[in-house]
Design a protein around this ligand. Structure first.
Ligand SMILES: C[S@@+](CC[C@H](N)C(=O)[O-])C[C@H]1O[C@@H](n2cnc3c(N)ncnc32)[C@H](O)[C@@H]1O
Length: 340
């Protein structure tokens, strides 16, 4: 279930490579948006809509969505990464010039409150979970085993929360093993956690390169499976823990439920953050997230507060997978609020 970091070109055990030379497309934007056609078909952004991109990233989805809104619409952008938010805001403003655009540097957990306080109700909500390619390709963010850098991994580097280095150097061994097992589905979680504890007792583990080589030391150079670096699952697990990615998703899904209840409920309408008939789409990259979304949306459908916009999750076709390896594990689920 690992989310797809591009397979390493450096064999495990060799020194980490330098950040890649970028293609013309990724050089300018740093990230190729996934499932674009499905996003537009499912969320049907229209003139006059208030659309929210809760994970603005490099603005790829948001720009195309915004171009459908017209001057009477509004594009609201949210990202925990201040640099990505600034980039996306500028990009959307220049590519959808007639549309009012607002950027909020925030965790999307807070977005429903912010949108309510600003007096808007969203007609379209998109969340494209996880990391953007520019973040993983930036050695200073410490998200990848492919480049040596400080073991950070926070999406929001302005917040004071724990970095990956703080987790690996301070968590009790059993707790570390639990994180690797639960968020990375790493079967060797106990052995890796034990080795991390032994190593940190000698010298604190501060870099991605050192952590990657500890994991390779435990699993062996081919211990990740075919074409998977042995440290993939460990890095994914730590990134999920550092950013509380499942907790954030849980909170977002609860807000969607509350928003659906408030926008429906025949006669008992309260002002919520979602407009009646709002379309909500979430793109997940691994099974833990996808399962949570599936269940939450199924509950809303069962209660007739929403209707699923496709029977099965929407996925990339072969052409997209060939052009963008990251799209291989992407799954979009989307609902439309039906008002109960
Ligand atoms: C997959 S990228 C989005 C890419 C975007 N759709 C595009 O087309 O460029 C995910 C983005 O979400 C941000 N992010 C992840 N979790 C977040 C959260 N809980 N709150 C706010 N932003 C988050 C990351 O910083 C990253 O920029």
């Amino acid at each position: 279930m690992t989310d797809a970091e591009t397979p390493p070109s450096t064999p495990p055990g060799q020194p980490p490579e330098r950040p890649p030379r970028q293609t013309p497309e990724s050089r300018s934007e740093g990230h190729v948006p996934v499932l674009m056609t499905h996003v537009l078909d499912a969320l049907t952004p229209r003139e006059g809509d208030v659309a929210m991109d809760l994970t603005a990233g490099r603005g790829g989805h948001a720009s195309i969505v915004a171009q459908r809104l017209g001057p009477g619409g509004r594009m609201l952008l949210v990202d925990a990464d201040a640099g990505n938010l600034a980039f996306a805001t500028e990009r959307v403003r220049s590519e959808a010039q007639d549309v009012p655009v607002e950027g909020w540097h925030a965790n999307f957990v807070d977005a429903p409150r912010l949108v309510g306080e600003a007096g808007y109700r969203a007609d379209v909500v998109l969340a494209d979970l996880g990391y953007a390619s520019n973040q993983i390709d930036d050695a200073s963010r410490g998200m990848s085993f492919r480049f040596d850098g400080p073991l950070d991994m926070r999406f929001d580097q302005t917040r004071r929360g724990a970095t990956a280095a703080e987790l690996v150097n301070t968590l009790p061994e059993a707790e570390l093993a639990q994180i690797l097992y639960e968020y990375g589905e790493e079967r060797a979680s106990r052995r890796i956690a034990q080795k991390i504890r032994e190593e940190r007792d000698q010298t604190p583990i501060e870099t991605t390169g050192r952590l990657a080589s500890i994991v390779v030391g435990v699993l062996g150079p081919s211990g990740g499976g075919p074409k998977v670096h042995p440290a993939t699952r460990t890095f994914q697990a730590l990134r999920i823990a550092v950013n509380d990615e499942l907790g954030s998703l849980r909170s977002l899904l609860e807000s969607v439920r509350r928003g659906a209840e408030a926008s429906g409920g025949g006669g008992a309408r309260r002002a919520g953050w979602l407009a009646p008939g709002a379309r909500v789409g979430i793109i997940a990259f691994h099974s833990l997230e996808d399962r949570m979304i599936k269940r939450a949306f199924a509950e809303l459908t069962k209660r007739r507060l929403a209707r699923a916009l496709s029977k099965r999750p929407m996925v990339a076709d072969e052409d997209e997978v060939r052009a963008n390896a990251r799209s291989r594990s992407a799954k979009l689920r989307a609902i439309v609020l039906t008002g109960g």
